[in-house]
Design a protein around this ligand. Structure first.
Ligand SMILES: [Zn+2]
Length: 124
């Protein structure tokens, strides 16, 4: 029998990571793929979906039923490897990737990188 006694609860503001499976579906848009720029948002999801939207930043076009399609995280990771480091972030997180420091928010709160983390060293 496995005991979780001694297992640390996540600290407030440090939610548990939620690792998806690469075959899970995700939403994307029909904008031409820019490998360095993307908007990522994780919606609440069940065990079948990843909850992820990964597409353009929506500045030049509307995201509607006509411009969105379902794909797999695998396809998205192949076309935009830059997203891979963020895929375990939990629901309600958004990441704006482009030139410069990625903007990571959870709900409306801006999150910062731990100074000693990889991202902290890259963009701190
Ligand atoms: Zn788009």
């Amino acid at each position: 029998m496995v005991s979780d006694r001694g297992r640390q609860k996540p600290a407030p503001g440090n939610p548990e990571l939620d690792f998806p499976n690469y075959l899970q579906p995700a939403w994307t848009c029909d904008a031409p793929t820019d490998t360095e720029t993307a908007l990522m948002h994780r919606y609440p999801h069940d065990e079948h979906g990843s909850g992820w939207f990964v597409g353009c930043r929506g500045e030049a076009r509307q995201h509607t039923d006509a411009t969105l399609r379902s794909t797999t995280l695998y396809e998205l990771a192949v076309t935009r490897p830059v997203i891979i480091g963020y895929l375990a972030l939990p629901e309600h997180c958004s990441i704006a990737l482009g030139a410069g420091t990625p903007e990571v928010t959870r709900r409306d709160e801006r999150l910062s990188f731990a100074p000693e983390s990889l991202l902290g060293r890259m963009f701190g």
